[in-house]
Design a binder for this molecule. Structure first.
Ligand SMILES: [Zn+2]
Length: 472
């Protein structure tokens, strides 16, 4: 029998707000344990939470970027459970009326992965295991999160990978999260079930908790798919449960039987007022949204004619894409800039995180100036590439390496004279060319380029030589 994989993702995204969600403690990663805490975020009785407006703004931005309905009225609820990293024994989250619903994220195939909802909530603290003891660090307690929940629309581990990578890109573009999976600012719970191909009913699902790497997430999905099939084929029943992925053995392990919503005894938090928004407030945030990666990708491929793979490499990193945008201003052919970035600049920036930072010495303005000189035919590509290498090493502008006279390029008279000399000095090559040996032209062109030491536009010079030979 053929089986179909059904996957839904719940992604937690830590927000880049300055302060926590319900108090004014600093929201910052990697500080000394328990230094960013106060009575509110460690949940002492008698304290009152107050919702951070920036968290609401970020949730609206994320919802708009993911094509959601922004609900003008939403509410915070308590999710009750006991665990040492949550001292007040409940997490403030949204359950009954989340801020964003009914969105989608489109994959490159055109398939839309529906977003069921996005809700705001607080993160819990962190348990630290050290030489047999367990410590708790409450710095992360009260850090704002968005939980982005898809419908079970994903049908392969590859689709799950693309969804997560696109989600990361979008969140970074709108500036709500850095989505660093290795630092835990993006974590993913994966719901997996399997059913006979074509069936409309869902199989029993298992949930793999807290995936913090895309590669391991895809491996875990593939592993669960096979495991479910083996259970079904053996005539047994899949047990609904929560699992942990074990990297070393590429397998999953049971953590606990899967809980349902009623186990959390959700109820509206009486300490917080409802979140009421004006439509005009939402519209203003919509107007301020930056251009999203999807739209930039379309522009790069369809308008600028940049190959899809190259366009993807530029769009993938917001800093790179911003640099590209700024250095392509007033250019007829922005593709030249993407070639420089991918061909020359990326050569020395190999890791994903370094490309993400895109910490390079030159400014977009400096690259733009170089490109304009090329477009105006004043600088040939060969010399431009060599100069760019020097610029990247030193951070200095083109004027430091190419003299004013070199930048002006060759005058038409100079080109005329150089071509005349070349034709005179290469009689046999001219004869070969007239006999139909196209390659002979290269020898004549090479002669000119040696005279100019690389200056001048080879295409223009080549045309001039052909014109002269044919008219002789
Ligand atoms: Zn606090």
């Amino acid at each position: 029998m053929n089986y179909e994989l059904v996957v839904g993702l719940e992604t937690h995204v830590e927000l880049l707000t300055k302060t926590k969600i319900f108090c004014s403690c600093k929201n910052s990663f990697g500080d000394e344990p328990n230094t960013n805490c106060c009575p509110v975020c460690i949940g002492l009785p008698g304290t009152l939470p107050k919702l951070n407006r920036e968290v609401v703004n970020f949730a609206i931005k994320a919802g708009l970027a993911l094509n959601c309905t922004i609900n003008l009225n939403s509410r915070m609820d308590r999710k009750n459970y006991v665990y040492p990293d949550l001292s007040k024994a409940y997490q403030i989250s949204q359950f009954y009326s989340p801020i964003c619903t009914n969105g989608y994220l489109e994959l490159s195939s055109g398939k839309k992965i529906r977003i069921h909802q996005i809700h705001m909530e607080e993160d819990a603290g962190k348990l630290v295991h050290k030489s047999g003891d367990v410590y708790v660090d409450y710095n992360r307690g009260g850090v704002p999160l968005l939980e982005i929940v898809t419908e079970p629309d994903i049908s392969s581990s590859e689709e799950a990978r693309e969804y997560i990578e696109k989600l990361q890109m979008i969140m970074r573009y709108i500036g709500v999260s850095d989505c660093k999976m290795q630092e835990g600012s993006m974590r993913c719970d994966v719901n997996v079930s399997v059913r006979p191909a074509g069936s409309r009913t869902f199989g029993t699902r298992t949930e793999i908790k807290n995936m913090n790497s895309v590669t391991f997430m895809t491996k875990a999905i593939d592993y669960e798919f096979k495991r479910h099939i083996a259970i079904i084929e053996s005539g047994e029943k899949v047990v609904q449960q929560t699992l942990r992925y074990i990297e070393e053995t590429n397998s999953t392990q049971s953590m606990r039987s899967k809980e349902d919503a009623q186990d959390y005894r959700y109820f509206p938090d009486p300490d917080l007022v409802n979140v009421s928004l004006e439509k005009s407030y939402v519209n203003r945030i919509q107007d301020e949204l930056p251009e999203l990666p999807e739209s930039r990708f379309k522009k790069y491929t369809e308008v600028f004619g940049i190959p899809e793979n190259d366009a993807m490499l530029i769009v993938k990193y917001k800093n790179v894409s911003d640099f590209f945008e700024q250095s392509s201003i007033n250019l007829k052919n922005p593709k030249m800039i993407s070639n420089f970035i991918i061909g020359q600049i990326f050569r020395n920036i190999e890791t994903e995180s370094d490309r993400e930072k895109f910490d390079i010495l030159i400014t977009p303005k400096q690259l733009n100036k170089l490109a304009i000189l090329i477009e105006e035919g004043k600088l040939n590509m060969n010399l431009a590439k060599k100069t760019l290498t020097k610029m990247l090493e030193t951070g200095k502008g083109i004027e430091e390496f190419v003299s004013e006279s070199d930048m002006k390029g060759l005058s038409d008279e100079e080109i005329e004279k150089l071509c005349d000399d070349a034709i005179k000095s290469n009689e046999s090559a001219v004869k070969d060319y007239l006999d139909g040996k196209e390659k002979a032209l290269k020898a004549i062109l090479g002669f000119v380029m040696r005279q100019t030491r690389g200056k001048g536009d080879p295409l223009k010079i080549e045309q001039k030589i052909i014109e002269k030979i044919k008219n002789d």
